[in-house]
Design a protein around this ligand. Sequence first.
Ligand code: GCO
Ligand code: MG
Length: 455
Amino acid sequence: MSKHTNGPGRRNFLKLTSAVALGGPLVAGETEMGGGGAGPRPRGLSPLKITDVRVIVTCPGRNYVLVKILTSEPGLYGVGDATLNGRELAVATALEKHIAPLLIGRDPEQIEDIYQYLYRGSYWRSGPVQMTAVAGVDLALWDIKGKRAGMPVYQLLGGRTRIGALAYTHASGNDFSEVEDAVHRAVARGFKCVRAQVAIPGMEGTYGTSGKQRSEEHAGRVAQQAGLPETELFEPGPYLRTVPKLFEHLRLKLGDEVELLHDTHEKLGPIDAARLAHELEPYHLFFLEDLLRPEHKESFRLIRQHSTTPLAMGELFNSLWDCVPLITEQLIDYIRCDLGHIGGITAARKVAALAEAFQVKSAWHGPADIGPPTHAANIHVDISIPNFGVQEMVFFPDVTREVIPGGPVFKDGYMNVDDAPGLGTDVNEEAAKKYAYQRAYLPTARRKDGSVQDW
Ligand code: GCO
Ligand code: MG
C-alpha cells in the first residue's frame, strides 16, 4: 500500500461518522487524495457550502421557474429548472419557503444525500409540486458538480455511450394531408422520428393540434374567461375511428422508413386503449404514448395481452416507485418520465438502471413547458446510459434563449450537448426581470354531455 491514502483517512472518517450520528450535514473535512508520480501531492477540493438559493419566476414566451444555487466558492453556482405548467407559483413557494432554508450551509457536492433528505426527509413524499422543486435543486447541484470538476455532466454519469440522442418532433394538422405535409417538413429538417396527431372531426381542439372549440358551448356551461383554462371536447368513438386511418394514410404516402409515434395523452379507458394499440399494429409505430391515466397501471396488462404495438408511459409519474410495476412486469417498452417532475438526474439514473434490467428503454418527456436545463439534463442522461430509446425535443424561441441561454443542439436527427462544464445552461437574471409571470393553465377537456374528461 502506498503511503498516500485513498479516500478519507481515519481521522476524517471519525469526523464523518460523528457528523452523521449527530444528524448534521455530511462534512468529511480535508481529504487526502491518492497521489503517485512526481510533483506536489493533490489535496482534494476545498469544502463547499450552499450560501443562497434564488428562485426566478419569468415568462419569456411562457412561464418558467429557475433555481439558482450559489456556493461559498466565488463565482461557482448551478442553475436548475423547476417549471410545473399551470402550478408554477406553488413550486416557487415550496422552494422559497420550505426547501431553501433546508439547503443553506449544506455541502452541494452531496447530491444523493440532499435528494434523500428532500424526498424522504419531508415525510410528505412525492407529488408533482414537491418533486418538481426537488428536480430544480438536483439539476443545479449536478451543474455545480460538473463546473467544479471541469466536466460536462454526462462525463460524471459514466461518459458517452452514443454519438447523440435520437430525437423526435411533433407533426400535426387539421386533416390527414396537413399531417402528411408536417411530417415531410420534419423529415426535411433531419428528423428520423416524428409524432403525428390529427384533429378529430367534430372535435376541433383535439390535444396536439392547433384548432380550438370550447365544449362549454356544447355543455351549456359558463363561457371561457380570460386567464382561465380553455376547455376542449373529446369523445372516444370518433378518436378511435380516426387515428388508425391517419396512420394508414401516412404509411401509404410516406412508406415505412420514417419512424412514427402517437400520443394518446392518457385519454382512453382500458378496452379502448387495447383496441387502438391492436388496430395500429399494421402501421408499426415506434411507440404509442400514454394510453391510460397514471392511476391505472394494472390495466396495461390487458393492453399487452392484445397488442404488439410498442408502448410508452410515464410523463405524469413523480417517482421511481410509480414506474416499478410497468417496468418489472415488462408492460411497457419505453419509460418516459419527466426529469423535471420526478426529482431530476438523481431520480432518472435510478429509473434508467431499473429499466435496463428489464429491457425497457428511456424516452424522457421533452415538451416546451419545461425549461432548457431539464432538456440539457435529458441529453446528459441519454448519451450516458446503455438503454436510451428516443428523446422528445423542442426548438426554443429567441426570447426564451435570451433569458435561459445554452442547452442542447439538434443536428441530423440527433440532440447533443457540448463539453461545457456542468449542464451547459444558465439564467440571465436581468433579462428574466423583463418578463413577468402571467397566469396560465393547461387546457381541460369535457365530453359532449359536459362531464370531465382527461385532457
Ligand atoms: C408530450 C406531452 C406534453 C404535455 C405537456 C403538459 O408528450 O409532449 O404530452 O405536450 O401535454 O407537457 O404540460
Ligand atoms: Mg405526452
